[in-house]
Ligand binder design. Structure first.
Ligand code: PT1
Length: 300
């Protein structure tokens, strides 16, 4: 058997994502509210340049989204969403070696994006929109299932949980089962607790502290903490000043088992993860020490 066969990895339409280490997912939003050039969308040229810069800085996957899902965001039409992401994916795919994921909940966008060259689906609605489950199953690419309470327009109004970790875990376990029932192999599924999606600051930090409890779902964990308001709440920083807190949050998530960190600041996150990676394994520390950091390929 070849050594590569022993390394757990995700096949993103021929582009591999290794799961024996922490991967950096670089965020590329193609929404007018993300990059405000007086309401203009990110130009194709600029999108390609940003994606290639993130790959050069160490991104292992690029996540492209055409609909903002941040708190209070308003929905766009499927046509508009396609027009934003498809030309960029088409132009970018031949220029980079790393996989591209499409951040969408709509089946028509999933199909068009995968035809254009995307190798993974990142769905903040966990394939709950009509037709999304069937589309993802037919496309046969890895899918990230994220937890969200409510919808982006209203999710931050009154988030409530009796047991946030238990409820998010239960939701993800149910979605994993629904996917398997629809014919999606569990080996192709990732889970994400959905930081900032219908959660109070306290809910978010409880999920981060107890991220390792999602290990029992036996799927790689993806997290997005970068620049989020939960970091603003504890630092008092505006969104453009949250890079250091974001790097710390990404490293904390990785130390608790996250395999993919979705970030804006790729180079800085890479440095932070290098520090985590430098920690030798400590014997005799019991379960805490064992889970303090993920295993790395160069350990053996
Ligand atoms: C995420 C994520 C995402 N986040 C996945 N996809 C966003 N899988 C978009 C705030 O509180 O965490 N995981 N796609 C961006 N969403 C938000 C949410 C941005 C909350 C900001 C906030 O500031």
């Amino acid at each position: 058997m070849f050594e590569a066969d022993l390394i757990p990895q995700l096949d993103c339409r021929g582009r591999m994502l290794r799961l024996d280490r922490v991967n950096i997912m670089g965020v590329l939003n193609v929404t007018p509210d993300s990059f405000s050039d007086a309401g203009q969308c990110l130009s194709l040229k600029e999108g390609i340049a940003r994606a290639m810069a993130m790959v050069s800085a160490g991104a292992d996957i690029i996540d492209i989204g055409g609909e903002s899902t941040r708190p209070g965001a308003t929905a766009v039409s499927a046509d508009e969403e396609c027009q934003r992401v498809v030309p960029l994916i088409e132009a970018l795919a031949p220029l980079i070696d790393v996989p591209i994921s499409v951040d969408t909940s709509r089946p028509e966008v999933m199909r068009a994006a995968v035809v254009a060259g995307a190798g993974m689906i990142n769905d903040v609605r966990a394939l709950r929109l009509p037709g999304a489950m069937e589309a993802a199953a037919a496309l046969d690419v890895p899918v990230c299932l994220m937890h969200m309470q409510g919808e982006p327009g209203s999710m931050q109004m009154a988030p409530h949980y009796d047991d946030v970790v238990g409820e998010v875990r239960r939701f993800l376990a149910d979605r994993l089962l629904a996917c398997e029932f629809a014919g999606i192999n569990r080996k192709r599924l990732l889970i994400d607790p959905g930081f900032g999606f219908g959660k109070s600051v306290e809910h978010n930090f409880t999920l981060l502290a107890r991220l390792a409890e999602f290990d029992s779902l036996a799927c790689p964990i993806l997290v997005g903490l970068s620049r989020k308001s939960m970091l603003g709440a504890v630092t008092g920083r505006n969104v453009e000043e949250r890079m250091p807190a974001s790097v710390v949050a990404a490293v904390l998530a990785a130390s608790r088992g996250a395999r993919i960190v979705r970030v804006h600041d790729v180079a800085e996150t890479r440095d932070g993860l290098s520090v985590l990676r430098a920690l030798p394994r400590v014997d005799g520390g019991g379960a805490r020490a064992a889970s303090a950091r993920p295993s790395w390929p160069d350990d053996e």
